[in-house]
Design a protein around this ligand. Sequence first.
Ligand SMILES: NC(=O)c1ccc[n+]([C@@H]2O[C@H](COP(=O)([O-])OP(=O)(O)OC[C@H]3O[C@@H](n4cnc5c(N)ncnc54)[C@H](OP(=O)(O)O)[C@@H]3O)[C@@H](O)[C@H]2O)c1
Length: 287
Amino acid sequence: MGPFGKILIVSFLIAYIAVKWTTPRFDPESLKGARVLVTGASTGIGEQMAYHYARFGAKIVITARREKVLQQVVERCLGLGAQKALYIAADMANESDPDKVVDFALEKLGSLDYLVLNHIGPTPFSMWDGDVEHTRWLMKVNFLSYIQMAWKALPSLEQSKGSLVVVSSVLGKMSSPFVAPYTSTKFALNGFFGSLYHELAMKKSNVSVSICTLGLIDTESAMEKVRGVTNIQAYPATEAALNIITTGATKQQELYYPWFTHIMCLSKDWFPSITSYVIQNSYNYSP
Ligand SMILES: NC(=O)c1ccc[n+]([C@@H]2O[C@H](COP(=O)([O-])OP(=O)(O)OC[C@H]3O[C@@H](n4cnc5c(N)ncnc54)[C@H](OP(=O)(O)O)[C@@H]3O)[C@@H](O)[C@H]2O)c1
């Protein structure tokens, strides 16, 4: 191996050790009795997060639109060891529902240690067809309701030295075809909560903000969209969920899951043409 190769390997090793060294250790005990609100928890990653929090002995409130499904998730959470598990059905497109959900959680749990914002409204996986009304609606569900809930929960999180956890996507950092409305909502989240992170730090606030950037995860809704359209590998929802939880519990600013999504995000700035070529050719599409 030439000197360049050796330098590269040593640099990667040093970077790896530095990251491992500076990453705080996750203590599962810290979640025992923790008061948690998880949105979009009737299915997918949110449901898996509810089960993990339950296993850690947390007190949880979950929300989504479908009451019957929420009821089943709550029952399973109680079976898994949750100290408390409650649900409230809500539609995040309704202007009053985000506040209603936070009020419910505060009333039932007394306070909040974690607000985990995760829900997304259904959106087509197709080329932009000019449906502005759908994008407006999706912005309400995927973005505006997040900032409304965060604002409502901040005083309680401040008191408890709590964490605000925002589930975002690699599509909030780099654009991709077929998801224009969705990607816009995720870019908006990254911009808003990135700004809030700085403001809270400058105010010496007790509240941490964690933004989680996920790649393709094997939830039913995601798989339904990409089946036959791309061969990109999907990663397990349960593992994604656990990574989000540990990121919030250790108050880290960012999560990239799987890890190489970080490289993807960097590569779009370093090698824009190659990245665009790879993105456009990772889908089966002929005009
Ligand atoms: N799966 C992936 O490949 C992937 C990749 C990157 C990032 N992410 C992010 O991970 C998070 C979870 O994704 P997922 O794949 O687990 O999603 P999912 O399985 O589609 O679950 C979405 C959740 O949101 C709820 N929801 C939908 N519309 C709602 C509304 N109007 N009001 C309130 N709740 C609503 C759904 O329940 P109801 O239908 O009962 O309301 C469900 O619980 C999202 O933030 C997503 O952007 C996912």
